[in-house]
Design a protein around this ligand. Structure first.
Ligand code: ZN
Length: 463
């Protein structure tokens, strides 16, 4: 049997692994490459295997860097099942439809430019019509239930505590009387993340494919971050300005609402309205509600005592563009959560345009901001930024919070590995840039004597 690394090898996006035995071909994740100059090229490159010959796909979680190339499989003849946890199905549908929409817009924009220049026509990687045929193939498997996905390949999903429905995988693979246990960490969450359980630790593996996104560092302390968040919000409400929070629709939005609901219960919020100004974040929050059986004990206890952790009396859901624009007319203090998380598009832009120049405004940056994004410019304290081509003076307070990560820091990653160490697995570190995964390899070596390998894109290993 062998394993080929078809993405997330020396980088964080494009997760995709091909497992082959003498009887089966199974793909683990089929994510999109994102962010880099070569991403589009890599997304369009054939996998090196005819999708029609795959027995099955296993999807660890809904994020686009794990699911974004799945529609290409069904477009190219894949007719098997895609196994995933129950909440991953609607979350994947939400994210893939959004990705299709964004790509069509991007292709249109490029084509307008190319028409003027006379360049070749740009096409989207996939469009909205390509999503339903894939969604039909998504097949739910609950946590901790072993399922045969292909001849001789059985999988168990374990809660990875990263986003709702995220999973680590144990694959039990039989070939010619030999059985091998292959564990995929998937994306691992940080400990004590609200709403979600801590990542499940696993007892043994012969082969381990492990993420290393933050393999070189730990996050800021969560309790300090929460205290800081609450203080910033209280101060902003006193200043009678708007609090703008750019946030990803899945995960970060729910974390923010959780703490705002907590502030409401603590009497810290007054009557200031809280807006979720994003149809996608509203849908995602509803999906979190409808899978409350997967919440951690603290969130379940809140529910049991009649305190829904994901709502508060002054929460307003803004779906239409008209409702969104109406928020500009609200005078006095208000809290607005909107996408996109890095201020690269979406409704947060028009809120920023209307409020960045006002000294009473506060912008809370609570997520990763890529180089070149408007969010990063704000973090870098640029005095004037352009929004829709218009220069806007930044007089608002820009507050950056470091402790709300959806990914485990180095200490949590090392602790997660600890129970696997005695079985001395062959370790492959992926889903991390070169520096973090080298640091992670050094940390695992120092503590356990492990000698992790750092596979490159396209590399194939036999076991
Ligand atoms: Zn993820």
């Amino acid at each position: 049997m062998d394993l080929t690394f078809l993405g997330a090898s020396g980088e964080v996006t494009g997760s995709c692994y091909l497992l082959r035995t003498d009887r089966a071909r199974v793909l683990i994740d089929c994510g999109m490459f994102q962010g880099s100059a070569t991403a589009d090229l890599k997304n369009r490159r054939p996998l090196g295997i005819d999708p029609a010959t795959l027995d099955a796909v296993i999807l660890t979680h809904a994020h686009i860097d794990h699911s974004g190339r799945l529609p290409l499989l069904t477009k190219s003849g894949f007719r098997g099942k895609v196994f995933c946890t129950p909440p991953t199905i609607p979350l994947t549908e939400l994210l893939l439809k959004d990705a299709a929409h964004l790509q069509s817009e991007e292709a249109d924009r490029m084509n307008r430019r190319r028409q003027r220049r006379g360049g070749p026509i740009a096409t989207a990687l996939f469009d909205e019509q390509d999503v339903p045929p894939l969604i039909k193939r998504l097949t739910p498997v609950t946590y901790e239930h072993e399922t045969e996905v292909a001849p001789g390949v059985r999988v168990t999903f374990h809660d990875a505590g990263h986003i709702l429905g995220s999973a680590s995988l144990t694959l039990t693979i039989s070939e010619r009387g030999r059985t091998v246990t292959v564990v995929f960490s998937g994306d691992l969450g940080e400990r004590n993340t609200v709403l979600l359980n801590d990542p499940v630790k696993l007892p043994r593996a012969d082969v381990l494919v492990m993420e290393s996104t933050y393999g070189d560092r730990d996050h800021r302390d969560l309790n300090e971050t929460v205290a800081q968040f609450k203080q910033i919000v209280v101060n902003s409400l006193h200043a009678k300005g708007k609090v703008l929070i750019p946030a990803f629709a899945i995960g970060r939005t729910q974390t923010i609402i959780y703490y705002l609901a907590q502030m409401h219960r603590e009497g810290l919020l007054g009557n200031a309205p809280v807006y979720i100004d994003s149809p996608m974040a509203i849908s995602a929050t509803r999906l979190y509600h409808s899978h409350a059986n997967l919440f951690d004990d603290a969130a379940k206890e809140l529910l049991r005592t009649g305190n829904n952790p994901l709502t508060l009396p002054q929460l307003r859901l803004s779906t239409s563009g008209e409702e969104s624009r109406a928020i500009n007319a609200v005078s006095g203090s208000a809290i607005v959560i909107a996408g996109s998380g890095m201020c690269t598009g979406g409704r947060i832009l028009h809120h920023l345009r209307h409020n960045l120049w006002k000294p009473e405004t506060t912008v809370i940056i609570a997520g990763f901001q890529a180089e070149g994004s408007l969010g990063r410019r704000l973090v870098n304290r640029e005095k004037i930024v352009k929004i829709y081509g218009e220069p806007i003076m930044v007089r608002a307070k820009i507050e950056t919070l470091g402790g709300f990560s959806a990914h485990a820091g180095q200490t949590t990653l090392v602790d997660w590995f600890a129970p696997l160490a005695p079985s001395a697995p062959r370790v492959f570190l992926t889903h991390g840039e070169q520096k973090p995964r080298q640091a992670m390899a050094a940390a695992l070596n120092a503590r356990f004597g492990a000698q992790p390998q750092l596979p490159m894109l396209g590399e194939c290993v036999e076991f």
